[in-house]
Design a protein around this ligand. Structure first.
Ligand SMILES: [Zn+2]
Ligand SMILES: [Zn+2]
Length: 105
């Protein structure tokens, strides 16, 4: 960071780049947080908000996706089981559930 100067103090050498806006900052402007170092409190707040809104759908979506996939697979498996039971094993009780034969006929 030798050739960089603080975005706020034109005479002060920069000690790092803001994690949010990527502007160089000096030791006076530096805001250190567990998420990283920023040029101001505004940036640290915005970065924290950005992180929390990003994490939520990422955690929710795989659960929802696997739930829907599981449900679709269960319905498909039931349809195939009813078709096999009715047509191949001649189980009369499965006739109302044999939707595949009804579609094909
Ligand atoms: Zn910043
Ligand atoms: Zn500064």
């Amino acid at each position: 960071m030798k050739d960089r100067l603080c975005f706020n103090h034109r005479e002060a050498p920069a000690v790092g780049l803001c994690r949010h806006c990527h502007r160089p900052y000096c030791g006076t402007c530096r805001v250190a947080t567990p998420l990283g170092e920023f040029c101001c409190f505004d940036c640290s707040g915005r970065y924290a908000a950005f992180k929390s809104t990003w994490r939520e759908p990422k955690l929710k979506f795989p659960w929802f996706g696997s739930f829907v996939t599981g449900l679709v697979l269960l319905v498909l498996l039931g349809l195939v089981a009813a078709w096999v039971g009715h047509r191949w094993l001649n189980i009369r009780a499965l006739a109302p559930f044999d939707i595949i034969s009804r579609i094909r006929s």
